[in-house]
Structures are given as C-alpha cells and as structure tokens.
Design a protein around this ligand. Structure first.
Ligand code: FES
Length: 334
C-alpha cells in the first residue's frame, strides 16, 4: 500500500491501491481540501513532488494546463502507483465528522418523484453516519468512476441512504440507474463527503434554494432542521425551481415535517413563460429569493444545490446582497 508523505512535515498516510490521494487522506482523518470529488472544482489541487501516479480523469476541468506543467494534480483524481511526496496545506474544516468509507449497498426501493427525478433507496452493509446535506459516490456497474449524488434522508440505524436523482439525457450513470438497476442489485457506495451540511448550531432562520437533483440535499437539510430541538421557533423557507410545472416537486416531503405551513414554507417557481395555468411564482430561484426576502436574507443561513447556472446566479445574488460567506453552504458538483 503506497505511503503519501507531506514535504516539510511529519504527516503521512497510507493509500489503498485502488484509492485516490484525497479520499485516502480524508479516511485517515486529515483535512484535505476538496468540494466536488469528481474533478470539476479544482479545490483538491496539490503539488506532486515525487512519485508515480495515475490520473483517473486526465481531462478533468479542475486542472489547467498551467497547473499540470507546474506539477499540480487533483487529489480526487490521482491514484498513487507507489510512495509519493506531496505539498499541500491541510485545513481543519475539511476533517470529516464521519470519515468516508467504501462498502457495498443493495437497492431496496425506488419511487418516481417527477417525470425525470426518481428516489433510489440503498441499504448499506453496515450503518455509517452522515450529516444532512452530504453526498456519496455511487460506483455503478459498467460506469467508470464514482458519481456524486446527495442523500435526501438523514442518518438512521437501518443504514439506508436515499438519493433523489434527476435523469440526465443520454447520461451513462443515470441510464444505468433508471433503466437497468433492479431492486436487489448491488452497487458500491463511498461516503459521506461534502461541506454543505446542516449547521445545527447556527441560530438563524434557514433558506433552502434548489433545482433539479438539488432537491435531494435540500430535503435532507430541511428534515434535519425540522427534527432538531435546537431549531425550534425558527423557520425554513424552501424555494424549488423547475422549468415547467411538471418539474415542480418536494412539497409532499416538506408537508410531512412538523409545523409545515407556519414555520416550514414551500415556494415553487416555474421559469418557462407559457400558458400553463400556473398561478405561483415565475422566474428563477434567485429572483424569487431576492423578491421574497430582500435584506432579511443577510440574517439567514442559506443552503443551495442545483444546476451550475442556478448555482452561479444564486452565488452572485448572495454576494450582491452582502450575505456573509460563512452563512452560505453549497457543494457544486453537478
Ligand atoms: Fe477534486 Fe473538486 S476537483 S474535489
């Protein structure tokens, strides 16, 4: 098993032959910076000073040509072929509350949420704890590399992890999930990961903003918040955006939470401008959030998840309104 050593320190850890440098560090309890886990964000860049490696995704957008020339690599996409010497700065906030583990899971249930979002319920070999809003990598048969999906439920003794996943047109992984995987089939699950988890200690009202598969982590955060005794008296406003009325979903799950309608409030929004009889909000999630909350948004804890364009628009809106970044939580891996 290769040993990874950090230059100029006494930090070193073992990386299993089929693991990546970043994930093995997190399993070892180290605060290796990361976000997406799939090669997109670039947060896990490190300097490779010595040693042979294999890149799992050589065209990963998280690494520029210049980075590559300077010897930088992506921790989430780098598998060591022998001992390595690296340079990077660990950060305490990235130390996992529950170190990620790899195990197998059985698909135990499936249900349709909309025409293209489905919930997949997996039961793990052994219960592993996770925080509401976190994600896992699913290793699906015939699909190279793990795919990141967020859990919709909260940690439970049964060891069930539920994922609400939107079908990607022509997507290899979602094609496997939607068209071929059957109840009783086994998959690999690696997790939990992610920094956009529910902050129980933050004494602020919550705003959740979601679109597409972003439903899943926002439902998880809402469920955890509504169940938390520390959250009593505060509010959750949940804005879900879809292109058309048939994309709108989530209300039934929020309606199961205590104090739905008073302290837990649902605001669906449709972006398409068509003659569909919709009498609710029209526009985009960030526009409706700004319209509904305006300056009050600065006093809230904001969680968001959704397609990249939605994420960018929400981030810009929050910056423009002066929301402190410490109150904003998202993992951009879509
Ligand atoms: Fe590795 Fe995002 S590129 S965590």
């Amino acid at each position: 098993m290769p040993t990874i050593a950090v230059k100029g320190s006494d930090i070193q850890w073992q990386c299993a032959d089929d693991d990546t440098i970043m994930r093995s560090a997190l399993r070892a309890g180290l605060g290796f910076p990361y976000e997406c886990n799939v090669g997109s964000c670039g947060n896990c860049r490190f300097d490779l000073l010595d040693g042979e490696i294999e890149e799992l995704r050589p065209d990963a957008p998280g690494l520029s040509e210049r980075d590559r020339e300077r010897g930088r690599r992506l921790g989430c996409q780098t598998r060591p072929l022998g001992d390595c010497m690296v340079k990077l700065r660990f950060m305490p906030q990235y130390v996992s509350h529950f170190p990620p583990a790899r195990q197998s899971a059985i698909l135990v249930g499936v249900r349709d949420i909309t025409h293209d979002i489905r919930e997949f319920r997996f039961k793990l070999d052994r219960p592993i704890r996770f925080l509401a809003g976190q994600y896992a990598l699913l290793d699906l048969p015939g699909v190279g590399g793990g795919r990141a999906y967020s859990m919709a439920n909260t940690e439970n003794d049964a060891g069930e992890w539920h994922f609400q996943i939107r079908r990607v047109p022509n997507g290899v992984a979602t094609g496997e999930l939607f068209d071929r995987l059957l109840v009783g089939d086994k998959v690999g699950v690696d997790g939990p990961y992610g920094m956009a988890y529910f902050r129980e200690e933050a004494e602020r009202d919550i705003i959740c903003l979601a679109g597409g598969s972003g439903l899943s982590p926002m439902i998880s955060v809402s469920r955890a918040a509504a169940a938390s005794p520390r959250f009593a008296g505060r509010t959750i406003d949940f804005i879900y955006g879809g292109r058309t009325t048939q994309d709108i979903c989530g209300e039934d799950m929020l309606a199961e939470l205590p104090r739905f309608g008073t302290h837990v409030r649902y605001h669906p929004v449709v972006s398409a401008d068509s003659d569909d009889g919709w009498s609710g909000h029209r526009g985009f999630v960030h526009e409706v959030a700004e319209r509904l909350f305006s300056d009050r948004i600065r006093d809230c804890e904001i969680y968001f998840a959704g397609p990249p364009l939605m994420g960018q628009a929400v981030q810009k809106m929050l910056i423009d309104l002066g929301v402190p970044s410490t109150q904003v939580h998202f993992d951009q891996f879509y």
